[in-house]
Design a protein around this ligand. Structure first.
Ligand code: COA
Length: 378
């Protein structure tokens, strides 16, 4: 390369294949997504989140015996330490739950007996511990911020039952649990998105699982990424009434403003996960008896498609689904964390198995080299 000729810059790494991966495959031309070869819709309808988590890590779905062992192993790891409970109680009451879970995961790295061991078996054991403990930490931070007593994990609960019980203090009816489980499955993995790539980048320096996941959480918080599911619900609440939806979105168009929950870097003709999540969000609206949010959503999606030819992404139906399940809005992205820990850690393990330090180049645009002037001359 000629040092004076500016090379092509792939801003945002658009269209760049940075590595190979066997975890999942996005096929934008057919709006489809597979995890280890299985279509996400198929997994969402026919499997539990625990089965899909096992699949992402092990590469194959578990048989009944393997599933029982996996559930027992992870359920036994749900408790977090008294020290972490104490630290969580000291968090500012108005801390965002994403900052709380990021800090809690970092703290778990201080305590984990295998933090420094980045061998593949140790990485996998830590991934399972994080999978088990993250809902407990999210719930502890949330309940402390609201002055509510901590609920202890129940090892007999499924992942979904446990999450509801820890956060909201009760286990909802089966339709709600199923909708939650579906959202967990759909959120679990999505190739080299920003947070997953962040986790792989951290791993590439030889750093440990907890560091990679802490960084992944920091990346996921952004409103262009996971934070969009919260932003969607703020939008729907701001509009408040289906009659006002068209006027609201027109004003966004007039101001050339982003509409959260729409658009995707990879999918340009529709997000493969949306129809399944929308179906379950609509079921939630029926269960709760409140169709307002899905009705506003329907109008926004229609306008976006007609006027901008932009489709909704997964965060668009997931936001109202979580709201209808009874979660407060700042918990939406932490719930995403509780799911994506599986995909992140599967990628961390894959990166570690065939690692090369990730270190791209930058094209310099600053001043030419110059001498440092003495302080008196500045
Ligand atoms: N609302 C309004 N316009 C949007 C839009 C949105 N949500 N998403 C994309 N666009 C427009 C862009 O402004 C751009 O228009 P232009 O060509 O006139 O400049 C065009 O569509 C192409 O978008 P681009 O910014 O190139 O897409 P990207 O791949 O860089 O960004 C996202 C992808 C996801 C970051 C972007 O769509 C976005 O910010 N969406 C809202 C946040 C969100 O929902 N994030 C969750 C993602 S799963």
């Amino acid at each position: 390369m000629n040092e004076t000729t500016k090379p092509e810059i792939y801003k945002g790494l658009v269209g760049v294949y940075a590595d190979v991966s066997a975890v999942s495959k996005v096929m934008p031309e057919t709006n489809s997504l597979t995890y280890r070869g299985y279509a996400v819709q198929d997994l969402a309808e026919n499997c539990s989140f625990e089965e899909v988590s096992y699949l992402l890590w092990e590469g194959e779905l578990p048989n009944a015996q393997q599933l029982a062992a996996f559930k027992a192993e992870t359920a036994a790891e749900r408790e977090i330490s008294p020290a972490l409970h104490r630290v969580i109680r000291e968090f500012p009451k108005d801390a965002h739950p994403m900052d709380a879970i990021r800090t809690a995961v970092s703290f778990m790295g201080l305590e984990d007996p295998e933090t420094a061991d980045v061998s593949q078996p140790a990485q996998y054991r830590k991934a399972k511990r994080l999978f088990a403990k993250i809902p407990t930490a999210i719930a502890a931070a949330y309940r402390a911020s609201r002055g509510l007593p901590v609920v202890a994990p129940n090892p007999a609960h499924s992942f979904a039952e446990n999450a509801f019980n820890l956060i909201l203090g009760k286990v909802p009816q089966p339709e709600v649990l199923k909708a939650f489980d579906v959202s967990m499955i759909l959120y679990a993995e999505h190739t080299f998105n920003a947070s997953t790539y962040t986790a792989r980048l951290v791993t590439s320096s030889g750093a440990d699982m907890h560091g990679a996941i802490t960084a992944g959480i920091a990346s996921l918080k952004g409103p262009l990424h996971g934070g969009a599911n919260e932003a969607v619900m703020h939008t729907l609440k701001e509009i408040g009434d289906p009659k006002l939806a068209k006027e609201w979105i027109q004003s966004r168009f007039d101001h050339k403003a982003l509409v959260m929950g729409f658009g995707h870097r990879v999918y340009k003709t529709g997000d493969s996960r949306v129809p399944t999540m929308r179906k379950y969000a609509e079921k939630m609206a029926e269960v709760v008896g409140d169709k307002t949010w899905m009705e506003i959503s329907r109008i926004l999606a229609g306008e976006m498609l007609e006027k901008k030819n932009i489709h909704p992404n997964l965060d668009f139906p997931a936001g109202p689904a979580y709201y209808l399940m009874g979660f407060e809005i700042p918990l939406f992205t932490p719930i995403f964390v509780a799911s994506r820990i599986t995909g992140w850690s599967a990628h961390v393990i894959e990166q570690g198995a065939d690692n090369r330090l990730i270190r791209p180049l930058s094209w310099y645009t600053g001043p030419e080299q110059r001498p440092v002037p003495p302080l008196s001359a500045r």
